[in-house]
Design a protein around this ligand. Structure first.
Ligand code: DQQ
Length: 575
């Protein structure tokens, strides 16, 4: 025990020393992150130095180090040659990008090492289950183990000799069989794992069980399926605890826990909450996929193929998602890279028990630098004002609004409208009564370019209120060939209390958290004018009624330290 504590300390010192050294090297920093020649690269989101990245894979905490693996093309800025990239961190913000962890080398993964998850076995050793696209382009599930589990960086991985462990037999379509979850152990000590699939045209979470993690048997019944969706990619299944802020390890089951099932389809990450019985492996959702008007999603913007893991160091569950580009493939080739990872988010069951809430991990706050504050400031209808004094292209902004009486709010039937469409019809320039009010981010001085993240409050038919949150991007860039569609969703908050918004702004990404993280919208934008020092930040209210800023805190953000490892000698392996 004492020995491992000392080792964790040594690892931390090594990581910090290493970062200090690289912090001094401007050359490496420039290659990796935002710089005037690459104005859309980010400063504090994880991205590798170049080429294509998609799904986050196998995140875990091991011997004092956080690991993030990711789908990566080592040769180009487009999807292909899929390999597991691997980065390590001691704080989830600063990263060292290591050598690839898993490469397509064997008949069972020669056409790509696709998404998968890590499981920490009893005793503490990690293993990875991942999908291989095999020599016949069938999808199969494979196991990889660390070559040296005493290496906290887990630099080298060995593929199991019995691979593939699960193959598409008995009616499973070989093209629809992928993305194993983190495994969990039932009361009978057998492992369970879910694999994404499509059976008879319906999205399905196939369930497998194993005594030894090597021989897996498919359960006759899937964990769940939905005839309202097609193929489920990257499923995730984990417990959350009622009325508490901490997370639960994946195998934990208690009378105070509920279970979350997430599936990626239609370019979005949808989730449902329900009750799981580990004796029978029955999962009964409270409300099924696509059946509530909120159609619960982690994020209503650009955020896909996400994955959570349990951080045993801080007893929390952390979520990561892939944030794609919204520009043209040719632009990606020209700029030499594509894809970001979201800021890791803590994810908990909301106190209403009906949805999850997410919040950027606390560690991100260490990048906060120069600060501006405002209190109790009224904003008349039809006005906007600039927040000065912070770097608007690289910022963290938290604001909460207090609303006047809501009697005259416009009427709406929230169940009958598509909030995304509503956000483009009633966009930031369309005057309303209560709203639109919110932030204009990555804006040029004269507002020619701007991304508006805002709320609008409606009265619903039964004398309740509906709060709409939008990210309106039609004017986010002068460039024509970029995706400027708007995003929108309702936020389940009472507008008679304050409505809060937090936006993490990082050059070409805006991650916004409405209502304390009940509704999240992530956008990618490619301003031409509002770049670097030329970006501005405004608060606006284009409703007829005034609103009041109860509080606004904004910070310039520093850069995360993200850099490649310089060869194996920087990572001494303990004896
Ligand atoms: N990406 C992986 C697949 C997964 C998809 C391939 C989701 O395993 O289904 O790169 O983005």
């Amino acid at each position: 025990m004492e020995g491992s504590l000392i080792w964790i300390l040594v690892v931390h010192i090594l990581v910090i020393a290493y970062q200090g050294e690289v912090g001094a090297s401007d050359r490496i920093q420039k290659n990796f992150q935002y710089n005037p020649k690459q104005p859309h690269r980010t400063a504090y989101h994880f991205q590798p130095s170049k080429n294509w990245m998609n799904d986050p894979n196998g995140p875990m905490y091991y011997k004092g180090i956080y690991h993030l693996f990711y789908q990566y093309n080592p040769y180009a800025a487009v999807w292909g040659n899929i390999t597991w990239g691997h980065a390590v961190s001691h704080n989830l913000i600063d990263w060292i990008d290591l050598e690839h962890a898993i490469e397509p080398t064997e008949p069972y993964d020669i056409n790509g090492c696709w998404s998968g998850s890590a499981t920490i076995l009893p005793g503490g050793n990690p293993v990875i289950l991942y999908t291989g696209a095999d020599f016949k382009n069938r999808q199969v599930q494979n196991l990889a183990e660390p070559k040296n589990p005493s290496d906290p960086y887990l630099k080298e991985w060995i593929k199991a000799k019995n691979n593939p462990l699960m193959t598409p037999i008995n009616g499973i379509d070989p093209q629809f069989f992928r993305d194993p979850t983190t495994a969990w152990q039932g009361p009978d000590k057998r492992w369970r794992v879910v694999v994404g699939s499509q059976i008879d045209g319906h999205g399905t979470a196939l369930l497998y069980r194993s005594k030894d993690f090597v021989t897996w048997t498919k359960s006759e019944k899937p964990l769940h399926f939905s005839n309202k969706t097609k193929m489920w990619e990257c499923p995730d299944f984990y417990p959350v605890i009622v009325s508490r802020r901490n997370g639960l390890d994946t195998s934990v089951h208690s009378k105070n826990s509920k279970h979350v099932l997430k599936a990626s389809f239609n370019d979005q990450d949808y989730y449902i909450i329900g009750t799981y019985n580990p004796e029978t492996d029955k999962f009964i959702p409270d409300v099924d996929f696509m059946e509530s008007y909120l159609k619960l999603r982690y994020d209503y913007g650009i955020f896909y193929a996400s994955k959570t893991f349990y951080d045993s160091a801080k007893r929390r569950r952390i979520l990561w998602g892939w944030v794609t580009e919204g520009d043209d493939k040719l632009d990606d080739i020209k700029k030499g890279w594509s894809g970001l990872q979201s800021i890791p988010r803590s994810i908990v069951l909301d106190k209403n028990g009906k949805q999850l809430t997410q919040w950027p991990i606390k560690e991100i706050e260490r990048l906060r630098r120069k600060e501006v504050n405002l209190q109790n400031k009224g904003i008349k209808g039809g006005t906007a004002f600039e927040i000065t004094g912070i770097t608007a292209s690289q910022a963290d902004v938290e604001v909460s609004f207090h609303l006047p009486n809501l009697h005259d709010a416009e009427l709406i039937h929230p169940e009958k409208v598509d909030p995304k469409i509503l956000c483009s019809e009633k966009n930031a320039s369309t005057k309303g009564v209560i709203g639109p009010f919110g932030l204009m981010v990555l804006a040029s001085k004269n507002l020619t370019e701007r991304t508006a993240v805002f709320f609008r409050v409606f009265k619903s038919h039964d004398d309740k209120y509906a709060v709409l949150m939008c990210s309106h991007q039609t004017r986010s860039s002068l460039r024509k060939v970029v995706n400027k569609s708007s995003f929108g969703a309702f936020v389940d908050v009472d507008p008679k209390e304050n409505i809060s918004l937090r936006s993490l702004i990082d050059h070409s990404i805006v991650e916004s958290f409405g209502g304390g993280g009940k509704t999240c919208i992530t956008s990618r934008v490619y301003p031409e004018l509002a770049v670097g020092q030329e970006a501005h930040l405004y608060v606006f209210n284009y409703g007829t009624k005034s609103v009041t800023i109860s509080n606004l805190h904004g910070w310039s953000m520093g850069r995360a330290k993200i850099f490649p490892a310089h060869g194996k000698k920087m990572f001494p392996t303990p004896n």
